[in-house]
Structures are given as C-alpha cells and as structure tokens.
Design a protein around this ligand. Sequence first.
Ligand code: ZN
Length: 272
Amino acid sequence: MPELPEVERATQLLRAALLQRVLTEVRTHHPSARRALPDDVARSLEGHRVVQIERRAKYQLLTLDDARIIEVHFKMTGDWAIGPVTLPPPRLGRVTLLTDDHTRISLVDGRAFAVVRVHPPGATVVPPLGPEPLDEAWTAEYLHDALVRRHGPIKPVLLDQRVVAGLGNIYAAEALWEAAIHPLARASRLSHTRVARLVDAARLVLERAPSRRYYGARATDDGYTYALGDGDDEAWRVYDRAGEPCDRCGAIIRSRAQAGRTTYYCGGCQRV
Ligand SMILES: [Zn+2]
C-alpha cells in the first residue's frame, strides 16, 4: 500500500505534469473507476484548468478553475503513469487524463480499488485528521495526551488517522522498532520519555524512506514515468522480515495479526 512518502512523491510528480494545464480528455477504463467517476462527470472536466494540487494525508486533491475538487486516493495499489500521448496506453490504466500539452496521465491500479471522484466547490473531502508525523504540531505532548485516553495496544492507535495522519502499517511497525516499543505495549501506559522517542522514531523512518517502492506487476520499461515504479525494499528493519535476525539484538523478527493487519516486531528488544 502506498504510504505517506510515496503519496507525497506521487503528488509532486502530478503537480509537475498537470498544474496549470487544461484537461482535454478524461476517460475511465474499469467498472470500479466508473462507479466513482461516471462518464458524464468525467466529460464535464474537459476544458477545465487545474489550478491547485495538494496532498493531505494520503489524499491528492486537485482544484479546477471552476473550484470543483478532484479527489484521488491510491488505496492499495494505485500509481501515476505519466508520458506523452504518442506512447501506447500503459497496462492497468483505470482513469486517463489528457492535457493540452499532449501528456497522458494514467491512474494505473492492479487491484482497481483506487478512487478518482469529483466534489462540488467548497466540499469537505477529507475526514477529520490529526497532524501528520512530519508536522511541527505532532509533538510528544500531543501524542502523549492522545494516548492516555486510549485502551489497548499502541500499534492500532498509531494507525488511527485522528491520532496521526498517514503513518501507515509499514512505518508504524518500523517506528515502534526504532523506539524499542513492542506493538502490544499498552498505549495509555507509555511514559512521556518513550512517547517522545516514538515521535522521533516516526520522523526518522519517514525521512529515510526508500527512494522508490514497487507495487505489483508493472512494466517500467514502457516509456512512462511512475511515481512508485520499481524499487528496493531492503531498507526495512522489521517489516516483511519475519524469521530474519534483528539488526539491533540478533533475536528473530516475528509477525502477528493485530487489528486485522500483519505487524512485524522483535520480541528481543521491543519492550511491552
Ligand atoms: Zn531486537
């Protein structure tokens, strides 16, 4: 699943290709894409200029010259493929945007869960969200205050978007390892010192995120530029490393289901 650093990279790529451009053609190529973006709505976008492109958590928000907002969410496997219209369409394209400078911007998505949806001017698109991990507002004090009211273990709380927006499953597991906190540690019992260490750890893992990540079958030699593309996953300390030795203490990395997600941790050095 694309996480915060990847969605930020995707937004930057989209901004470079689409900001201040006019949409000349908008088409959907999959039933699930069409449910969110019916053909008549897609056509109504044509002739309009994109005047602003922002990211909030994992939402990409495009504002048109008539103030309508296009919401994009990659969900599990979405990505942008961007290239000249002269290239054959990319594989797994679900929504295509053509621009007045002859660029094809395709939402490619193996699982077809990604969403492109149009909202009226002034609509509230994004649900209430807490600060992002790299925001100055996300301090140890803020997190400690949020945690003392929580029952249950820390890991699912870190995935609650009202506590911190967009941290995601991989980075939550990585941050807990960095802070030497077990995913089953009780959220409300964490000391201020350990919470401060967790805030620093979350920033660290996001700032050193792998430069590119790979999400499923995708040709990357087709001439298109992808936001996520082909990459390496070797930078993780615990994520997807069950059975391997811990870099810090040498104990074996474990995995377990927790609140419907798989989490990875070291039972040797991450304390409850
Ligand atoms: Zn360890």
